[in-house]
Design a protein around this ligand. Structure first.
Ligand code: FCB
Length: 449
């Protein structure tokens, strides 16, 4: 229904964070271990060998962060809840001190006139659930829905807009196929099981949240425009497989209640009736009231010719099981993390996704990694270009309610550790003191401050 995402004449703005990336304090108040604590300890898994313990300590500094949001003048704060703080074993015993923490965060933000929107799963799966098979097992989906209800019962009086998952593509395929994210498995086509169970978890949680009166249940997807480099038939076929795993595996269940034939060709696992049980896809169909789009860069499948300039081993290699090996071209200009800057990709994605789903959209993440420090003119240019692309998509008919910048604070950038800087606020690695960058001041001015 999306009752709490008003469609005004103007685009709304927000800033996003995620629990494991900013909270620190990984061993306080009964928090259990997550798959990212474990994965980050694996030698070579994280570029600088660090983990969430060195994060900006938002667990203790949340009020300061809420001040930053207020002064920025944004409408929304997109935050995520750490499952291991709420249900340390993944199922069963609830940790009241974890709930108390998010209570404080939500109140701090609301007191400053900012609307909190929560994400229930931003990749920090409780380790005991992974030990029992993680997203490869069906039980995890049920445990997720139970946990979602615990959070909603405590925060739902104040948090009206919920997303179930953040970027299930990363959780399933970077985590269980490419092995570059937690839990770091290279399980090939079994990763499709993770994808299905993530969507089942979304469907189960959405059903129960709706029954409990929540009218704004969404899911955040990192869909991508897939632009093959040539019309070569073999390349077009591979690009279709990439599109299937990046985009259609999520949109098919949500919109049609089905996996399409092209997808089933590269992911025959999804035809297994033991995996995809009667009723699973029907449960997911129509379960989202809104859709979050995270966009950074387009995907350009190219011929596997590594000698051509501009080609390199792309981090997504290995993340499309069942698809013929494909090279990914990255054009200039790029940000520090190596992602091409191309705002037209966002515009196209918003227009097409709205046409495909009919749902209200929010750009739930968009931003850039630059090491330019507080004088980040490069980030301002990136954000300006992408806000303009969002506005053009609205003019073209896409129902986009908000643009939420990634991210408020420099933080733990997953496998990149603390080597990539996406924040509009710098964080001193030792003192954790916050210093707003030029991009923060730019956004504040744009918002009338
Ligand atoms: C997205 C993640 C987010 C952040 C950005 C840069 O894939 O959702 O946590 O790491 O990329």
């Amino acid at each position: 229904m999306a009752r709490h995402l008003p469609l005004g004449p103007d685009l709304r703005f927000g800033a996003a964070t995620a629990s494991y990336q900013i909270e620190g304090a990984t061993d306080v108040d009964g928090r259990g271990p997550s798959i990212w604590d474990t994965f980050a300890r694996t030698p070579g898994a994280v570029r600088d060998g660090k983990d969430g313990r060195d994060a900006p300590d938002s667990y203790h500094r949340y009020a300061e962060d809420a001040d930053l949001l207020r002064d920025l003048g944004v409408d929304y704060y997109r935050f995520s809840v750490a499952w291991p703080r709420i249900v340390p074993q993944g199922r069963g015993r609830i940790e009241p001190r974890g709930l108390d923490y998010y209570d404080r965060v939500v109140d701090a933000v609301l007191e400053r006139g900012v609307t909190p929107t929560g994400t229930l799963y931003h990749w920090d799966l409780p380790q005991p659930l992974e030990d029992a098979g993680g997203w490869l097992t069906r039980d995890t989906a049920y445990a997720f829905a139970d946990y979602a209800m615990v959070v909603h019962e405590r925060l739902g009086d104040r948090v009206k807009v919920w997303a179930t998952h953040n970027e299930p593509w990363c959780a399933a395929y970077l985590g269980y196929s490419a092995g570059v994210h937690a839990p770091g498995l290279r399980a090939g086509g079994r990763a499709h099981r993770a994808a299905h169970h993530l969507m089942l978890g979304h469907g189960l949680a959405a059903e129960r949240l709706h029954a409990a009166g929540c009218e704004d249940v969404g899911i955040v997807l990192n869909l991508a425009p897939v632009w093959p480099e040539s019309r070569d038939p073999a390349l077009l076929e591979a690009a279709d497989g990439v599109d299937a795993i990046r985009n259609r595996v999520w949109l098919g269940p949500l919109v049609d209640g089905a996996y399409d034939e092209g997808l089933l060709k590269v992911a025959p696992e999804l035809s297994d009736p033991e995996l995809v049980r009667d009723g699973d896809l029907g449960l997911v169909r129509g379960s989202a009231d809104w859709l979050g789009i995270n966009y950074y860069t387009p995907v350009r499948p190219g011929p596997a010719a590594p000698t051509l300039p501009g080609r390199e081993t792309h981090p997504e290699t290995g993340a499309y099981p069942g698809v013929a090996p494909v090279a990914f071209l990255v054009r200039d200009p790029r940000t520090d993390i190596g992602w091409e800057v191309e705002p037209v990709g966002l515009e196209e994605l918003l227009v097409e996704t709205h046409a495909r789903t009919g749902l209200p959209l929010m750009v739930t993440e968009n931003g850039a990694a630059y090491s330019s420090g507080v004088e980040d003119e490069d980030r301002i240019a990136y954000l300006e270009g992408h806000v303009a692309a969002t506005e053009r998509a609205r003019v073209a008919g896409a129902d986009v309610r908000a643009y939420i910048v990634w991210t408020l604070l420099d933080n733990f950038e997953w496998a990149e550790g603390y080597t990539q800087f996406f924040g509009i606020v710098a964080v001193d690695p030792v003192t954790k003191d916050r210093t707003p960058k030029a991009s923060y001041h730019w956004l504040r001015q744009r918002l009338g401050g």
